[in-house]
Design a protein around this ligand. Structure first.
Ligand SMILES: OC[C@H]1O[C@](O)(CO)[C@@H](O)[C@@H]1O
Length: 354
């Protein structure tokens, strides 16, 4: 559906919605914590039903996509829907593309078997590692536990909750930066810049906490140190929010040809959720054992993932999804996995031995 030129910006809408949700939750927590009687947490928990109700009701009014209509044999309706979405009458070229894509997809019978084929090795590796790495940035330590973390550093209850609201704001604002830059600078630049900034912040926070709390974990932060930690954490969140946050969804979504797309997207979401769960469960144990070293632990992964991007992720900006094999074929490492007959597109790829 999304034109290749602004595919990045549109796709980031998903991550943006998540960030706004996190910010709203942080604000609700701050607000309900002020309630008298200590029952605020019940209200906070119950309010989680509000977005669920909006989505459920909204789903009733959601129109079908042209793709879905074509899949169900309703071509005329699909064309009308496409005209409505694009706001023009002449959609024949795009409509034809959709029909052809649907024909091709009908010939696809075993996406799960297909994705194991050698020619899809780049996609398989990338789609397992990207969501894994996204969670191993340690972002959810901040998103889930920011108030706990700030309280451990000596902030009062309210200040700790307010810090979570501040980092939530930074998260939304920096995701917006990604919306406006991703189709201009490309995916790799954001990944690399974001990775380096996260790493620097993690080392700095780890060193700051380590210098005060040491391995015993005992000590206390001065006001200035607390503020410095908060600023560093916000800079880390910002870096994540314009790189791994949105790109963790965007890049996997633009590397799958139709014949493996359903399997690929399922793997992406599953790996992401699985490691979100693990980090959520393990954080407190990790914090108790590693103390300030926790930041170096995640920093180590950020270093590895940044190197991975540098060496193994080709730029996917502006590449029509059908032509993705051309990009992998031209890649120094993945090229050998892609048979010549798998390359389509208007850019000529010279044979390897030319
Ligand atoms: O913005 C932070 C959020 O982004 C994600 O990494 C991916 O959507 C979530 O796991 C996290 O809570």
């Amino acid at each position: 559906m999304a034109p290749a030129k602004i595919r990045g910006a549109l796709n980031i809408g998903f991550q943006m919605a998540i960030c706004i949700g996190i910010l709203a939750a942080n604000m609700v927590n701050y607000g309900t914590a002020q309630m008298k009687g200590g029952d605020g947490w019940r209200v906070s928990l119950a309010l989680a039903a509000v977005p669920a109700v909006i989505m459920t009701v909204g789903a009733i009014f959601l129109p079908d996509t042209p793709n879905s209509l074509i899949e169900r044999g309703q071509s005329e309706k699909a064309k009308e829907m496409l005209q409505k979405i694009r706001g023009v009458d002449d959609v024949s070229a795009e409509f034809q593309d959709l029909i052809e894509a649907s024909e091709t997809s009908k010939q696809v019978e075993h996406p799960w078997r297909n994705i194991l084929q050698r020619r899809y090795r780049p996609q398989l590796v990338i789609v397992v590692l990207i969501p894994f790495f996204q969670q191993l940035t340690g972002i959810n330590v901040i998103m889930f536990y920011a108030p706990v973390l700030f309280k451990t550093l000596g902030f009062g209850d309210n200040a700790a909750l307010m810090s979570a609201v501040i980092s939530g704001f930074v998260n939304v604002a920096a995701t917006l930066v990604s919306v406006f830059t991703v189709d201009k600078f490309g995916r790799r630049k954001l990944f690399l810049q974001g990775g380096i900034q996260m790493l620097v912040c993690q080392i700095a926070v780890g060193a700051l906490i380590g210098s005060v709390f040491g391995v015993s974990g005992e000590g206390s932060f001065s006001k200035g140190m607390g503020n410095a930690a908060l600023i560093l954490i916000c800079l880390y969140v910002a870096a994540f929010a314009w790189s791994w946050g949105p790109l963790g969804w965007l890049v996997p979504s633009e590397i799958f040809p139709l014949e493996i797309r359903s399997a690929g997207q399922s793997i992406n979401v599953s790996v992401n959720m699985l490691f979100t769960f693990f980090i959520g469960q393990l954080f407190l144990t990790l914090l108790c054992h590693l103390k300030f070293g926790l930041f170096f632990f995640f920093g180590g992964f950020v270093l590895i993932m940044t190197l991975f991007i540098f060496f193994f992720l080709p730029e996917t900006k502006n590449v029509p999804i059908e032509e993705i094999n051309r990009v992998f074929k031209a890649h120094w490492f993945w090229g050998k996995y892609i048979p010549d007959d798998a390359v389509i597109g208007n850019h000529h790829v010279p044979p390897k031995d030319a």
